[in-house]
Unconditional design. Structure first.
Length: 236
């Protein structure tokens, strides 16, 4: 694994899909492209954006910024926006910000239905540009977004999927971006599996020398990721 990949986060496509709650098929189309039949002709549709990691032996790998960007896209897809619209939004945002992952940038905002870019006017006042309609919207109406993300130099660097008051974090500089308990760094999947084996949150906490809270949060997070969760003992 090359040094150039360190700090990017490494997620195989199925794992990334589970983390953000999208189907693997849809995510693959976004990051690998697809073939479409239009007017009796096959057309190759390119990926929506260049991913951080190359394909290796036919397997698609995503980085942390890819994960954040796909998570934002999913929100708009759920609102009924087409892939064509998503492509146009990404392209316009890329042109404005000059980066491949504009949806992981701190100046991207959303009100749940539309996508906005926060810019400064000539007078230095914050304004919000509607990337869909390409017009300015009222800044005070736009709700702050990315409440689960930490930023550094305006780019996303950590994701707190249960919220920043909980202990589960995805940090590309720790465990290659896998979900872990904040203080101990133990993978949430490990804590979940050990709870199934040991049968007690107290026992898991003692075995790994972690707080009970970290075990509880890890189990809650993992339950959302697993389509057929195993029977897990109640928090006790």
């Amino acid at each position: 694994m090359g040094q150039a990949w360190l700090g990017l986060g490494i997620y195989e496509l199925p794992d990334a899909a589970r983390l953000i709650g999208v189907s693997s098929v849809r995510l693959r189309r976004w990051v690998r492209g697809a073939t479409a039949l239009r007017d009796g002709e096959r057309r190759e549709l390119p990926p929506l954006w260049p991913t951080q990691l190359p394909n290796i032996e036919g397997r698609t790998g995503l980085g942390f910024l890819d994960l954040v960007q796909a998570r934002m896209l999913l929100g708009f897809a759920k609102e009924g926006h087409s892939v064509r619209t998503l492509r146009l939004l990404i392209q316009h945002a890329q042109e404005v910000l000059g980066i491949d992952h504009p949806f992981a940038h701190a100046r991207i905002k959303t009100d749940g239905r539309r996508l906005y870019l926060e810019v400064l006017s000539k007078e230095g006042e914050a304004q919000v540009y509607d990337l869909g309609r390409r017009q300015y919207a009222f800044h005070r109406i736009i709700s702050p977004t990315f409440r689960q993300l930490d930023f550094s130099m305006e780019m996303a660097v950590r994701w707190w999927p249960l919220g920043k008051d909980r202990t589960v974090v995805l940090d590309p500089n720790r465990s290659f971006g896998a979900p872990i308990a904040k203080e101990s760094g133990v993978p949430t999947a490990t804590l979940f599996d050990e709870l199934v084996r040991l049968g007690s949150i107290r026992n898991v906490a003692r075995w790994f020398e972690v707080s009970r809270r970290e075990v509880v949060d890890a189990v809650e997070f993992e339950r959302h990721l697993r389509p057929s969760p195993k029977t897990v003992p109640a928090a006790a």
